[in-house]
Write a protein that binds this ligand. Sequence first.
Ligand SMILES: Cc1cc2nc3c(=O)[nH]c(=O)nc-3n(C[C@H](O)[C@H](O)[C@H](O)COP(=O)(O)OP(=O)(O)OC[C@H]3O[C@@H](n4cnc5c(N)ncnc54)[C@H](O)[C@@H]3O)c2cc1C
Length: 423
Amino acid sequence: MAGLEDASPWQILKKLRIIGGGWAGLSAAISAVQRGWQVRIQEAAPSLGGRARRIQHTGLHLDNGQHILIGAYTKTLQLLKLIGVKEQQVLMRLPLHIITPQGFQFKALNWPSPLHVLTAIATAKQWSIQDKFSLFKTCVDWQIKQFKCDPSLTVQQICKTLSPSVYQSMIEPLCIAALNTPASQASASVFLRVLQDAFLSGTHGSDFLLPRVDLSELFVIPAQKWLIQHGAVIECHQPVESIKSSQHNDEINILACPPWEAARLTQHMHPHWSLTTSQLQFEAIATVYTHSKSFSLSHPFLALPIHHPTQAQFVFDQGRISQHPNKKGLWSWVVSASQGDRDAITQSVLHQARDLGFSDLDVITTVVEKRASFSCKPGISRPPSHVGQGLWACGDYIDGPYPSTLEGAVLSGQQVIDQIGQI
Ligand SMILES: Cc1cc2nc3c(=O)[nH]c(=O)nc-3n(C[C@H](O)[C@H](O)[C@H](O)COP(=O)(O)OP(=O)(O)OC[C@H]3O[C@@H](n4cnc5c(N)ncnc54)[C@H](O)[C@@H]3O)c2cc1C
């Protein structure tokens, strides 16, 4: 990343209005400020962070949804470092380790990539030799094809050579965690790209990084402080109603709001871009926060077998992860690609918990984000970052290599600034 000293006089002339202060907007703002540009963020909500931010509940700092990062999120990790956030203080780094309450285990050793994955396959518990061989053979096949496939295929379709056991215990949970779309409907080419980055970008690309602090403390507040210290202007409570509403005619506008809002704002001036964007579909994610007086999970998080889309695929023990006394006994149950309403999901998760032997749970709250991510299906059309004359867009939905993720949002913010820098 360029430092402030690299800014040329021509670049200093640029003035940006960034509409939306989620992770993409903040990432774009930081990149622009680094080039010496003038930046103003207008955010509709009272605080920044968008879909990845803190919420308050009866004195507790929770998130509007449990998030998980991986070691391959290089842009996000570099950005945290740049703004002075120390990874060890805010993230718990765990080597790839998928474990279920029923005793299934897939654990990578600290060996060079891709040996770490091969050892995980070889030592996986509860898989037969045939299961392991099917995964090994399929991985070699994906590697030979350089993790590329026909973009019209689903994850399920490229996994036909896998045994049912490997597919259910490994592929389905990984796919839903990474793409928030069930494997039977998810884009195989995006999934393969995520696997390639996670498993072949070095031993630590597949590490899990679990937030020890809420998402605002992790990135949003340090980013806001850094931006203000470097001269950016941040205006919250400022919903932008129209892109013509800027008082400053010399500003370049960047839409960093969610896709449905970007589609609305561009409807009349850029109907083609707006139509592409408005055709994206979305998946929900629900997080059920519970409190347990008597239990602590055996690991910071567990993968869970599911039989219904109102059940959680993962449960996280915030007490173990954060080590903060007021998080003791706080668990977050994540229902990705969730269906049904808040009450149905809460009851279903409580039932699931009882079946797992956790009977003393009190529900703290359930957060349902109806449009948590775009539905990452084969062949979807994602809009480009250039909308039209003087108008750009960034966000996790803009055409790019990743599904709806923090890394996708951060990368998109940086890329839009690189592109504006070239004009
Ligand atoms: C429950 C949940 C769980 C998730 N889990 C993970 C995970 O484990 N790992 C992962 O990598 N990703 C995860 N994600 C995805 C991740 O949170 C998103 O990809 C990312 O936050 C998107 O950032 P963004 O900046 O593109 O958009 P947003 O966060 O949506 O930001 C857009 C901003 O624009 C503002 N805005 C809207 N309209 C206007 C307007 N008219 N004027 C001004 N401002 C406006 C909004 O208030 C918001 O602040 C999860 C998402 C959710 C919801």
